[in-house]
Ligand binder design. Structure first.
Ligand SMILES: [Zn+2]
Length: 124
């Protein structure tokens, strides 16, 4: 999945008036709060309102995380978790706290690959 391409096409739809700004600027209070407390500032201006730089929020998912799965974490926390837990996935969402634009920009796998199962990753 090319997230950058998906984002460009979404923005093009908005600019062309085929999709309303309200439809893409729909960050819920939970996401906005996560941006405030766990977000990482960026240099990139919001592509919709250009009033502020987007904040990057990383969500983590995975069985190895237990109850932490589905929560937002700072990059430092993710680095710490990755050093001591099994594989989990990280989804990075950019959020504008002014107009509530939000979009998944990348996802990746972090955490330890079990040494006893070196073939697991290749088997996927
Ligand atoms: Zn914005």
């Amino acid at each position: 999945m090319d997230y950058a391409l998906a984002k460009r096409s979404k923005l093009a739809e908005v600019r062309a008036g085929r999709v309303s700004v309200d439809e893409v600027c729909d960050a819920d209070p939970y996401l906005l709060r996560a941006a405030q407390f766990h977000g990482l500032g960026s240099e990139q201006a919001c592509p919709v309102c250009r009033k502020e730089q987007v904040t990057l929020v990383s969500w983590i998912f995975g069985k190895s995380l237990g109850r932490a799965s589905g929560s937002a974490r700072t990059p430092a926390e993710i680095t710490r978790l990755a050093a001591r837990t099994g594989e989990f996935s990280v989804h990075v969402v950019e959020v504008c706290r002014t107009c509530r634009w939000n979009h998944l920009i990348r996802s990746y796998v972090a955490g330890l690959v079990p040494a006893a199962e070196p073939h697991r990753r290749a088997a996927k």
